[in-house]
Design a protein around this ligand. Structure first.
Ligand SMILES: NC(=O)c1ccc[n+]([C@@H]2O[C@H](COP(=O)([O-])OP(=O)(O)OC[C@H]3O[C@@H](n4cnc5c(N)ncnc54)[C@H](OP(=O)(O)O)[C@@H]3O)[C@@H](O)[C@H]2O)c1
Length: 316
């Protein structure tokens, strides 16, 4: 039997990487095997991945030497950064650079870089429709990822740039679920006007990434955008109402109001939603639902995701 190709997965105990490791391991005859990269191989999540058949390897994206060791001998590498762990676009760019250099050093044959748009190409710093943040960004957690695209391509890596979408899981763990207003009624709050927000079940990102690795050559040198659905705030609220069996409204606010909410990252997210709202046609167009489904035939719609996850959505 032919040797299985190793895919080294950064963030393997998290949302994106975890989905990819599970997708690889569940396709026994697929010709690939998963190397799960974690800072802590003895954690419960890492041990669970080992039990399921992953090779678990220690590395830290802030330690370039550890990445070089972790990528050695791999056919593929899934590269993702963790903005919300440190809120620093500069650190994110350095981490992406370390991963790209490690992939180059290891001679990896297919790299997927989980990225976003550098929004400054649409909204230059001189554009006053949204504030400039941290001195030189419009959407810090997007812009440095987009900037890093050039690091991957500049090194001549065989890379697929994977543009992901808003996790619907944010309704569970990121504080974006329905909340009771002063009137006691539940509402989700978004500054999207009547525009559509591409969203996806976080687990489906890894499954789509696996489809890209299986496609191989077809996707090298390409940018691929994925989503499970494009929905307006009203459509999301209506789907939540159906799933939860109680009314959820769409509380539409302006990006200015959202930026002023004061939680860590509120300004960044306010700018992000404004970018998605103001460039809806481009942003949805770059995240093709049919291609996403072709990559991942089990891709969930928002309704399907809600059916599976509604009991986990906190209603406060
Ligand atoms: N929330 C959204 O809607 C959304 C949508 C699209 C993209 N994103 C982007 O997704 C990225 C995060 O990916 P995710 O959601 O898959 O992450 P996640 O679920 O938060 O998982 C992060 C995992 O990565 C590992 N990790 C953290 N810091 C590390 C480090 N220094 N070195 C090595 N591993 C480290 C941790 O594993 P160990 O503790 O085991 O090391 C952790 O389990 C962010 O950059 C965010 O901008 C978010």
């Amino acid at each position: 039997m032919a040797e299985k190709k190793i895919i080294a997965v950064v963030g393997s105990t998290g949302a994106q990487g975890g989905g990819l490791v599970r997708a690889i391991l569940s396709d026994k005859g697929g010709g690939f095997t998963a190397r799960a990269i974690t800072r802590n191989p003895t954690s419960d999540k890492a041990k669970e991945l080992a039990k399921q058949g992953a090779e678990v390897v220690a590395a830290d994206v802030d330690d370039p030497q550890s990445l070089k060791r972790a990528f050695q001998g791999a056919y593929g590498a899934y590269c993702v950064t963790f903005f919300w762990a440190h809120f620093s676009p500069e650190k994110e760019l350095a981490e992406a650079t370390a991963m790209a250099q490690a992939a180059k050093h290891a001679g990896v044959e297919h790299v997927i870089w989980s990225t976003f748009e550098d929004t400054r190409q649409w909204v230059p710093l001189s554009d006053s429709r949204m504030p400039t943040l941290m001195g030189k960004y419009k959407v810090p957690h997007f812009d440095a990822k987009g900037e890093a695209d050039l690091v991957f391509t500049g090194l001549g890596l065989p890379v697929t740039l994977l543009k992901t979408s808003f996790y619907w899981d944010n309704l569970i763990g990121f504080g974006m679920g329905p909340k009771k207003g002063p009137d006691g009624r539940l509402a989700i709050t978004l500054p999207m006007g009547d525009k559509k927000l591409p969203g996806i079940a976080a687990e489906d990102i890894g499954r789509c990434a696996y489809g890209i690795f299986k496609g191989g050559r077809e996707f090298i040198g390409k940018t691929v955008g994925i989503a499970g659905g494009h929905l307006t705030g009203s459509e999301m609220a209506a789907a939540l109402t159906r799933a939860l069996g109680q009314e959820v409204r769409y509380n539409e606010v302006t990006p200015e109001v959202y930026r002023g909410f004061g939680f860590p990252g509120a300004q960044d997210l306010g700018n992000m939603f404004q970018f998605k709202r103001d460039f809806e046609q481009y942003y949805c167009g770059a995240r093709d639902l049919n291609l996403s489904r072709a990559l991942n035939p089990s891709l969930q719609t928002f309704d399907a995701w809600l059916e599976q996850n509604k009991s986990r959505i906190p209603l406060d």
